[in-house]
Design a protein around this ligand. Structure first.
Ligand SMILES: C[S@@+](CC[C@H](N)C(=O)[O-])C[C@H]1O[C@@H](n2cnc3c(N)ncnc32)[C@H](O)[C@@H]1O
Length: 303
């Protein structure tokens, strides 16, 4: 049984410093892994009625691979890489890419190396920890200070992680620094549709506690990207294919999933998860939250 100090969890969720976010994931990722029965840490894309969360998560990775034009990329960084399941997916589909997973969470990176393969050829634990397997490199660093050479990267991907980055502008600036002139930044991010922080505060209910990240509005994300010298090529709003079907899947399979979760967590935590999912579906249907994929490029392209 994983012991949870709920007060501490709420403190981490409220304060959301980098260390708090690491602690939150270390305490609660197994809950997500139990609920989805795999190692991806995203909500998935349920448009084509996938059978299960992994199917939906692979679909989301596929969508991001397509929108990122990964078939014409070589050097890729995945910022906020979780257990590197998305990177493993992309590597399997686009053998040409050289992918580096960047994550503040060292524990997740260590587990990633075990999931991706045991052939770890290097490991330093000083300023930045660097681990690597034959296929994927793992760097323990933060999104707001990327230890990557300037103008060296074809794609920067942030899959359901940029909601944690703060300030978001610093991540966008760092992305601009490391991207080649013709590079692409792709962000998949849950957003609020209400520009006013106070108004969204009033409407999110239990999600104020359980959506443990910044609640960036779509306007804020767009303005930040543009102010940092990018132009936006494409925005896809996929909220209705994310929150509602995910919640419906959970409702349909709740009996089994609850039993699985109760093997490791107290029942009140499953109740909080269930209520949060219901709320998520409701605020998505009301157009209060969305999930967007944003593709953008640095302005000063010299071709
Ligand atoms: C919701 S998970 C998504 C993980 C992965 N992209 C996936 O889809 O499975 C968010 C990830 O962002 C990472 N993260 C949070 N804040 C970060 C930061 N400031 N810099 C880098 N990674 C961060 C977390 O450790 C976690 O791995």
């Amino acid at each position: 049984m994983i012991s949870i100090n709920l007060l501490q969890v709420f403190l981490w969720a409220f304060r959301r410093r980098e260390r708090d976010v690491v602690n939150l994931y270390n305490s609660l990722s197994p809950l997500m892994q139990l609920a989805t029965d795999n190692n991806m840490l995203n909500f998935g894309y349920w448009k084509n009625n996938p059978a299960d969360p992994l199917g939906a998560q692979n679909e989301l990775c596929k969508l991001i691979g397509d929108i990122s034009d990964l078939d014409s990329a070589n050097i890729v960084i995945d910022v906020g890489s979780g257990f590197s399941a998305p990177a493993t997916y992309w590597k399997s589909q686009y053998g040409n890419i050289n992918i580096t997973c960047i994550n503040t969470n060292f524990q997740q990176l260590v587990l990633s190396t075990k999931l991706v393969g045991n052939n770890i050829s290097d490991m330093k634990e000083n300023l930045y920890a660097l681990l690597q397997t034959d296929d994927i490199r793992f760097v323990n660093a933060t999104s707001t200070s990327l230890p990557i050479s300037a103008s060296s990267v074809d794609r920067v991907i942030a899959l359901e992680s940029a909601q944690h980055f703060r300030p978001l502008s610093q991540f966008i600036r760092e992305s601009k620094k490391v991207l080649k002139n013709n590079g692409i930044l792709i962000i998949a991010i849950p957003v609020t549709k209400i520009p006013s922080k106070l108004a969204s505060f009033m409407k999110l209910g239990i999600l104020l506690l359980t959506w443990a990240s910044e609640h960036y509005s779509l306007d804020h994300v767009k303005t930040t990207i543009i102010n940092e010298g990018f132009h936006i090529d494409e925005i896809q709003s996929i909220g209705p294919y994310v929150y509602e079907p995910l919640t419906d899947y959970y409702i349909k399979n709740r009996k089994y999933l609850r039993e699985e979760i109760l093997k490791k967590y107290p029942s009140y935590l499953e109740n909080i998860l269930y209520k949060s999912l219901l709320k998520m579906k409701q605020v998505s249907q009301k157009g209060i939250i969305d999930y967007v994929l944003i593709k953008c490029r640095p302005n000063d392209i010299s071709q």
